[in-house]
Design a protein around this ligand. Structure first.
Ligand SMILES: Cc1ncc(COP(=O)(O)O)c(C=O)c1O
Length: 428
């Protein structure tokens, strides 16, 4: 008991307040040893501490037999999040309208505040919804644009967002100006110039993806936004892949509009997302699902979806707690370490091409590798058939290969198996 109190005091003092709740399934003594030592390490030192991260896996219920390296598509929720979701769901089904609308609804504003604090913005600018597609489509479809207005975007932006812009082109006669990105890119100034070249007097919006999903390219959103603003152009940022992945705040990006999924890197329940709109722009965006005051400046006008899952929304709070438990810096350092672990080996292999920069400013966990003579689909299916390593076959524009996206529960042993698999592919 004395030891336990001593541990609690030390842990709290060191800022690791949530370790207990997240790792409750571990024997207490083991927990004590791991955390006391690990809390003394810097994020970079901790990144390669395999014993520490092995415990992280215990917080998840991931398959011990299949190695999931497609966490970019959607990430698993840790046990605490799954349990919270099941609990809330069970309550909801006791008397849905009572538990959801009278009890759980009271958690809505605290959740908004917690998300806003984590994102470094005002709660009055945050709407909670179901995914990045819903957030970004709300912005794209809700903007007042007229025939001839120009929007700059890239063929590497996410297809759903391209669809939304193309629908506006078809319906409203806006003009889409496509930048020609060559990936991977490692020169911020050059990237900004590519966007600048498309800007004209008619440009109203630049759409930019913070981390390009196909190969993990990080884009200089802030620099592009600063330039755009100097020409009275607004900026929409797709943050689906950087929220709770790269240690940053939305406010660092200098954009005007932002959408993200919370079921990707935050590990919130599947079907959760977040929209952010700078306060001064809220009133001019029409909601996708209208309420009675579509031009109000209350961000809640974007939450008029009708009946939806309150348990999913409320369990986002548990995912946020879990994120704080790990710590943004620790998480980013580990994810970066994992990417470098396999990618620095892959570049030595025959036939393989790494299509992602290894420079810290231009990538983090997510990367893409191709192999001469093999199609994306073949790489993915052969790797899975023999090694049971699940990746994402990615053939898009100039990219042809597989996308590898580990998460905090991934071990270097998992990545050794990936490397064995890639060696096998290289010899086919
Ligand atoms: C860059 C990017 N934006 C948006 C999305 C859409 O996310 P969701 O399917 O959660 O709406 C994705 C999904 O992978 C993505 O990679």
């Amino acid at each position: 008991m004395t030891d336990r109190r001593h541990f609690l005091k030390n842990t709290l003092a060191a800022g690791g307040t949530a370790f207990l709740s997240s790792f409750v399934s571990l024997p207490e003594k083991k927990l004590l040893e791991i955390n006391q030592e690990s809390l003394k390490k810097s994020p970079t030192e901790l990144a390669s501490d395999e014993d520490f991260w092995a415990q992280m896996k215990q917080a998840y219920t991931v398959s011990p037999n299949i190695i999931n390296l497609n966490n970019g598509g959607v990430s698993p929720a840790p046990k605490v999040v799954q349990e919270s979701l099941s609990r809330l769901n069970a309550y909801s089904n006791e008397a849905p309208s009572y538990y959801m609308w009278r009890i759980m609804s009271q958690g809505k504003e605290p959740l908004r505040e917690n998300l806003a604090k984590f994102a470094g913005v005002s709660p009055e600018e945050i709407a909670i919804n179901r995914n990045a597609t819903e957030s970004l489509d709300t912005i794209i479809m809700g903007m007042k644009l007229k025939a001839g207005d120009e929007v700059i975007l890239s063929k590497y932006d996410y297809p759903n967002m391209q669809h939304a812009w193309r629908q506006r082109e078809l319906r409203d006669g806006i003009v889409l100006k496509w930048v020609n990105l060559k990936l991977p890119a490692e020169d911020k100034a050059e990237l900004v110039k590519i966007y600048q070249e498309q800007m004209t007097e008619k440009t109203k919006v630049v759409h930019v993806t913070h981390m390009i999903n196909w190969n993990g390219q990080i884009m200089p959103v802030k620099e592009i936004a600063d330039l755009a603003h100097s020409k009275n152009i607004e900026v929409v940022c797709d943050g689906a892949h950087t929220f709770a992945h790269i240690d940053h705040k939305i406010s660092d990006l200098h954009c005007d509009y932002y959408g993200t999924s919370l079921h990707k890197w935050l590990c919130a329940p599947i079907g959760s997302g977040m929209l952010w709109i700078k306060k001064e722009h809220i009133s001019k965006i029409y909601p996708l699902v209208p309420n009675d005051t579509p031009l109000s400046d209350d961000i809640r006008k974007f939450e008029n979806l009708g009946t939806r899952s309150f348990p999913i929304e409320q369990a986002i709070g548990e995912a946020l707690n879990f994120q704080y438990t790990i710590g943004n810096e620790r998480k980013e350092a580990r994810l970066r370490y994992l990417k470098n672990y396999w990618a620095t080996e892959v570049i030595k292999m025959e036939r393989t091409r790494l299509n992602t920069s290894l420079l810290p400013n231009f990538s983090c966990a997510l990367a893409h590798v191709g192999m001469d003579g093999l199609e994306a689909g073949e790489m993915e299916s052969k790797l899975f058939a023999k090694y049971k390593v699940h990746t994402s076959p990615t053939k898009w524009e100039a990219l042809n290969g597989i996308r590898i996206a580990p998460h905090v529960y991934t071990s270097t042993r998992d990545l050794d198996r990936l490397l064995d698999g890639l060696q096998y592919l290289a010899k086919l």
